[in-house]
Design a protein around this ligand. Structure first.
Ligand code: PAF
Length: 280
C-alpha cells in the first residue's frame, strides 16, 4: 500500500477541508521520524479514535539546543514510509524547513512554569521549539485529537498547557511508553547507541524501578537517588542529569509520593542522552 505523502500546505488544507466538511474526526500523530514501535502504537491509538489520521514527520531544528545533536538525529524517511504502509494512514505530512519556517518567521510559543524544570533547564530553548512547532502542526493539521507518548511526559504536559492556553480546539491524548523486552524505553535516539552502550542502557529503567520501589516503602529519596546514580555511573552512564520524583500535574519536586507522582530521569550514555519516566 502506498503512503500518501503531502509536502505542501495547500495540499494538506485541501484534504482537511474535505474531511471536515464530511464531519470526520481528524487525529494527528506528530513525530520527527525514525519511527519505532512506540510511534506505531500512537498511530494505532489514532486509528482507533479518529476517522482520518495524519502522521507528521519533521525534524524540528528549533527544539535542538545542540547543533551536533540536530546533525546526528536519524533521518529515515523511506523506511518510515515503509513502516507506516500497513496502517492505512490518510496523510503523512512532511514539510521541509522553508515550508515550516518561511523567511521572516518571527513567532515563538513559550510556556512558563512546566518548562522551568528538568529538560527545560538542561536543554535551554528546547520547549519553546517544541511548543512553537506543535502549535503549528495542530493548526496545519486541523486535528481534533493529538496523540503523544508518555515517554516524553514533560513534553506531553507542556503541549496540553499550550493547547489549552491558546484555545486550540484539540484533545491531547497521552499513550503509554513502549519498551524493548529488556525494559529500555523506545526512542529514535536508541539507534545512536553503540553496542556496549546499548547493552548497558536498560540499567536506567532498572534503577528507576528500584528507586520507585524504595519510595513506595518510604525510604529517603536522597539515599535512593545516590544509590541509583552510583549504580548507573558504574555501568558507564555519565553525567546523570536528574533522577527526580515529581508531581504529575505541575511537575513540582516531591520528597514523598503523597499525590499522583512520577519518577523522571535523564542521563547520558555513550554520547547519547536518554530520558525515561515511570509512575510511582
Ligand atoms: O516528540 C517528538 O518527536 C517531537 O518533540 C515533536 C512532538 C514531534 C515535536 O517536534
Amino acid at each position: 500500500m502506498n503512503v500518501p505523502i503531502v509536502r505542501d500546505l495547500a495540499g494538506l488544507r485541501a484534504l482537511t477541508r474535505t474531511w471536515q466538511r464530511a464531519g470526520e474526526v481528524i487525529g494527528v500523530v506528530p513525530t520527527m521520524g525514525a519511527l519505532h514501535a512506540g510511534h506505531l502504537s500512537l498511530v494505532e491509538a489514532a486509528k482507533a479514535r479518529a476517522d482520518r489520521v495524519i502522521v507528521t514527520i519533521f525534524v524540528n531544528p528549533k527544539q535542538f539546543n545542540n547543533p551536533e545533536d540536530l546533525a546526528n538525529y536519524p533521518r529515515t524517511e523511506d523506511e518510515d514510509a515503509r513502516k507506516l504502509a500497513p496502517y492505512g494512514v490518510d496523510a503523512v505530512w512532511v514539510p521541509d524547513g522553508d515550508t515550516m519556517y518561511p523567511g521572516g518567521f518571527a513567532t515563538t510559543v513559550a510556556v512558563s512554569g512546566l518548562t522551568e524544570v528538568m529538560d527545560g533547564v538542561h536543554r535551554p530553548g528546547h520547549f519553546e521549539g517544541v511548543a512553537t512547532v506543535v502549535a503549528k502542526l495542530f493548526l496545519q493539521s486541523q486535528a481534533d485529537l493529538a496523540f503523544f507518548g508518555e515517554k516524553d511526559f514533560q513534553q506531553l504536559q507542556v503541549v496540553r498547557r499550550m493547547a489549552a492556553d491558546l484555545n486550540i480546539p484539540i484533545e491531547v491524548i497521552g499513550c503509554p511508553t513502549v519498551r524493548e523486552s529488556d525494559g529500555l524505553a523506545m526512542s529514535s535516539r536508541n539507534l545512536l547507541l553503540h553496542e556496549q552502550a546499548r547493552a548497558a542502557a536498560p540499567a536506567l529503567h532498572e534503577q528507576m524501578q528500584k528507586m520507585a520501589e524504595g519510595i513506595r516503602q518510604g525510604k529517603p529519596i536522597a539515599t535512593l537517588e545516590a544509590q541509583a546514580r552510583a549504580q548507573l555511573e558504574a555501568v558507564g552512564f555519565g553525567p546523570v542529569e536528574y533522577l527526580d520524583l515529581r508531581s504529575v500535574d505541575d511537575l513540582a519536586r516531591l520528597e514523598t509520593a503523597d499525590r499522583p507522582a512520577r519518577l523522571f530521569a535523564a542521563a547520558h550514555l555513550g554520547g547519547v542522552r536518554l530520558i525515561d519516566n515511570i509512575a510511582v
